[in-house]
Design a protein around this ligand. Structure first.
Ligand SMILES: [Zn+2]
Length: 233
């Protein structure tokens, strides 16, 4: 965002804040530019529909940069994900993802691959993909892009391939081979957990959409909590 003037750019509204009834600021996350604040004067007064400046709305933004800041002049809507807003569980999930991204993204640092992961995860959410496996898939893919995802194929400690089985560490995110950790009693369970976690990140979108996962909700929640911890660290 160095030069002044007009700019047209594709992205999503991550967050909005109303400074007055007629002045709204938006935190946009856009291709090639990363995340940044813009003023959106007059949104809600007809010029730019108020609904267009809600979080999770994707579009092509027409911006103007002056010495005083970046202004949203107009917008072409691409996808508003309005369907999500009809279901409290789904919109809460999507807004939580957005909130976590807002906290984690470095301002004005491009994250185009992660932007795509976010978009396609919202599509899966809207299309009723299984919720907990989807949350795991989204967070794991995010951490994987940042080089911080727990390895699902190699031992966290020695790096040897895990083959079909790996041992869960009760207090850490990763998996360990039999020589690095004393095998837990419930070995079968560890194996099925690893297989399901792998499936959730490996399946294509259409296969994921219709997949049946066998893990219990608490098992997903436990693994998801590890990922959230890594993001907060
Ligand atoms: Zn090992």
């Amino acid at each position: 965002m160095e030069q002044q003037g007009q700019l047209r750019i594709t992205g999503v509204v991550l967050y909005r804040k109303d400074l007055s009834p007629t002045l709204r600021t938006l935190y946009l996350w856009c291709r090639e530019k990363g995340a940044f604040w813009v003023f959106s004067p007059g949104s809600g007064k007809g010029k730019i529909g108020r609904a267009y400046t809600e979080p999770l709305v994707w579009g092509s933004f027409h911006l103007y940069k002056s010495t005083r800041g970046v202004y949203l002049k107009a917008m072409d809507l691409r996808e508003d994900f309005w369907e999500l807003r009809k279901h409290p569980l789904m919109i809460r999930e999507a807004l939580q993802w957005g909130g976590l991204l807002k906290k984690s993204l470095l301002p004005e640092h491009p994250e185009d691959a992660l932007l795509r992961v976010f978009y396609w995860s919202l599509v899966l959410l809207r299309d009723r993909a299984p919720l907990l496996p989807l949350r795991w898939r989204f967070l794991w893919k995010w951490l994987s892009l940042w080089g911080q995802a727990p390895d699902l194929w190699r031992c966290e400690s020695c790096g040897k391939p895990l083959e079909a089985s790996g041992y869960l560490h009760s207090r850490r995110a990763g998996f360990y081979c039999a020589s690095c950790i004393a095998p837990p009693e419930e070995f079968q369970e560890a194996e099925s957990v690893l297989q399901e976690l792998r499936r959730a990140v490996m399946l294509s979108r259409s296969d994921f959409q219709n997949a049946d996962f066998t893990l219990e909700p608490w098992q997903w929640e436990q693994r998801i909590a590890f990922l959230e911890e890594i993001l907060r660290a």
